[in-house]
Design a protein around this ligand. Structure first.
Ligand SMILES: [Zn+2]
Length: 291
């Protein structure tokens, strides 16, 4: 009996030992990958007027955050085709307003998609129903965002920072907020999240949201980009996706002043058209305008 016990004990210790070795090996492999990032990361802030559509590519893997208005469908599908996109690893509909999911059904119909993320909230509009119908037709499912979850896009990694609550008064606050990291460079994409969601992000992640590029929340509306939030993100660049002479007066002067005060370089799709950032493996970050 005793011998049996010691045999079991030895097997158990061996198991623990080999587990440590295995963990050690996987850490080693991860470090190597960190040192050898392949190619560059590109982030396209596509000019879709008063709407959002952001294409991210790394090592021939693609992700689309929002898909513009309904009438941007052809523009977005063509843009993706020009970039040789055949499949999207991820499609995120930040929240169910037309200026974010309008073209999503066209994207779903035209490209293979691995995973679709949408917040757990419905909108009683034809646009929303069209997107749900397109998802069903393709036999895809919707992944509900889980704050803190991270996903790989090539050698880049993105993490979900919001929504942190189950219910909000404003549909905008359901926006899926994503922070993307490639080597030394980082981006934060706010959707239309307003100050309420920003406060929650600060509560949980204040020291983890510093980023080189901020996709300003809600097209530069004064309902977003609070002083405290901007302070924590502390970006070098602020990108505003808005339409020329839009009816909402976006971006609001107050937000432009807030960004200028901090010497943040402001880039606007309504002034510059499509804006494309590239980050290389050495940590260099640059941008160009399409038009
Ligand atoms: Zn919007």
């Amino acid at each position: 009996m005793k011998r049996q016990h010691s045999k079991i004990l030895i097997s158990f210790l061996a198991l623990i030992f080999f587990s440590f070795v295995a963990v050690g090996c996987s850490i080693k492999i991860d470090t190597r990958l960190d040192e050898e990032l392949s190619g560059e990361l590109k982030v396209h802030f596509i000019d879709v007027g008063q709407a959002d559509a952001i294409l991210i590519e790394q090592d021939q893997q693609y992700m689309l955050i929002d898909a513009g208005n309904n009438n941007d469908s052809d523009l977005i599908v063509n843009y993706l085709k020009e970039q040789n996109v055949e499949k999207l690893q991820y499609l995120i509909g930040t929240h169910p307003h037309e200026d974010h999911i309008g073209g999503a059904d066209a994207v779903i119909n035209n490209f293979d998609i691995d995973q679709i993320f949408m917040p757990q909230v419905v909108n009683n509009t034809k646009t929303f129903k069209d997107v749900i119908a397109a998802i069903k037709d393709k036999k895809l499912t919707i992944t509900t965002p889980n704050v803190g979850d991270s996903y790989k896009l090539g050698d880049a990694e993105w993490t979900i920072l919001a929504p942190n609550s189950k219910e909000y008064e404003e549909l905008n606050d359901y926006s899926i907020v994503v922070r993307l990291v490639f080597g030394n460079n980082s981006f934060i994409f706010m959707g239309d999240a307003e100050a309420k969601s920003e406060d929650e992000i600060l509560e949980y992640y204040e020291n983890e949201i510093a980023s080189d590029v901020l996709k300003v929340g809600h097209h530069g509306s004064s309902s977003s980009t609070s002083e405290e939030f901007l302070e924590a993100v502390n970006p070098r660049y602020a990108v505003i996706s808005a339409g020329k002479d839009n009816q909402y007066g976006h971006p609001h002067d107050e937000i432009i002043a807030r960004l200028e005060e901090k010497n943040i370089e402001i880039l606007r799709t309504d002034e510059s058209g499509t804006i494309i950032f590239s980050a290389d493996a050495d940590g260099n970050l640059k941008y160009e305008m399409e038009y």
